[in-house]
Design a protein around this ligand. Structure first.
Ligand code: GTR
Length: 342
């Protein structure tokens, strides 16, 4: 139900927004506090932040916390409106808009980002993290920060990582072991490492935008997909693909970021506020994530999803070894740093 609501809302707002964009000429508005360049007053800004998830989703709650802190610290001078539900477009399209500065902020997965900034692709490699602790130890390390900073060469500025748990496979057909993936058509995030990953697992990869997955599962265009519990739940995929196997093949962090074009226009003081607010919002996002993840797992089980826990991950890791081997040289330093954080 939510899905159809989301689609029609997207179409509706898509039309309205493109019209207002045309009128405004650009997504952000800037005015000066007193009609002068007074540094004390600073400039007034009205920015937009795009997120693909629905309103109550942990990333959107993080986005809103971020916007609220910026608003408070600037006494309302910098206003950031959060647009959830892919109202401003699917992730790949939004990233392109952010590169152009037409959308100022977004929260996206590092999955699709890897196609815009190669260093971030490392997160799509399978089974590189043992646990949430291992992942966060790396994300907060110098190398983790360096990866965020690498976005600058792609006209974006990474402000913070958000939690996204681990990704697992689900299908309309039973999934009890790695062999059951053989021959299945599985939707993946739009990133070429995922194509190699699915091929190594014997499945047929089908990259497509997130918003198309529900109907593709429903109509049988694809057999399955993969994601964390919160997305499996909030996208209603659990209603059409009831077999979920907890293999935890990837931990793909979320990224909160700003267009480099927008960033470069800000005063140093405003940059500081925005950077600090983003890092402050991580706490809220991670708390909400931990709660939502548990609730989603319970909800999909109660709704009849069949959950299989993988007790021996070795056969999975064996199968995807060629993927790691293919990319090892490209990600040598960062893979070493990930190992060190273990
Ligand atoms: C979710 C992620 C989204 C989107 C989605 C997908 O886990 O939070 O931003 O990337 O996965 O699979 O497309």
């Amino acid at each position: 139900m939510e899905f159809f609501g989301k689609k029609s809302l997207t179409i509706l707002l898509g039309t309205t927004l493109s019209a207002s964009l045309l009128l405004a000429g650009c997504g952000s508005t800037e005015t000066n506090g007193k009609g002068s360049d007074s540094k004390d007053e600073g400039k007034k800004y009205s920015f937009r932040l795009a997120d693909t998830h629905p309103d109550n989703y942990p990333t959107v709650l993080g986005d809103k916390k971020f916007a609220e802190i910026v608003n408070e610290k600037t006494k309302g001078r910098i206003k950031i409106d959060v647009f959830p539900n892919a109202q401003l477009g699917e992730e790949k399209a939004v990233i392109e808009q952010v590169q152009l500065g037409a959308i100022e902020f977004t929260r996206v997965s590092s999955g699709p980002l890897g196609e815009f900034s190669k260093p971030l692709g490392v997160f799509s490699l399978p089974y590189i993290f043992d646990s949430e602790e291992h992942e966060w130890k790396f994300l907060e390390s110098d190398k983790g920060k360096e990866l965020l900073a690498s976005l600058e060469s792609a006209k974006m500025k990474g402000l913070a990582y958000y939690d996204s748990g681990s990704r697992n496979f689900y299908s309309k057909k039973p999934l009890k072991s790695v062999d059951d993936l053989k021959g299945l058509k599985v939707r993946v995030q739009q990133n070429k490492i995922n194509i190699d990953l699915m091929e190594a697992l014997g499945a047929n990869p089908s990259p497509m935008p997130y918003g198309e997955v529900f109907s593709s599962l429903q109509t049988g265009v694809i057999d399955g997909a993969e994601n964390n519990y919160p997305s499996y739940d909030s996208s209603n995929h659990y209603q059409v693909a009831k077999n979920f196997i907890e293999d935890g093949h990837q931990r793909v962090p979320e990224v909160l970021m700003i267009s480099k074009t927008t960033w470069d226009k800000l005063s140093d003081a405003d940059k500081k506020i925005i950077q600090e607010a983003a890092l402050e919002s991580v706490k809220t996002q991670r708390e909400e994530w931990a709660k939502f993840e548990k609730e989603s797992e319970a909800k999909v089980k109660a709704a009849g999803a069949t959950i299989t826990k993988v007790t021996d991950i070795k056969p999975w890791q064996e199968k995807v070894k060629p993927v790691i081997d293919k990319y090892r040289a490209d990600y040598k330093d960062v893979l070493e740093a990930i190992d060190k954080a273990r």
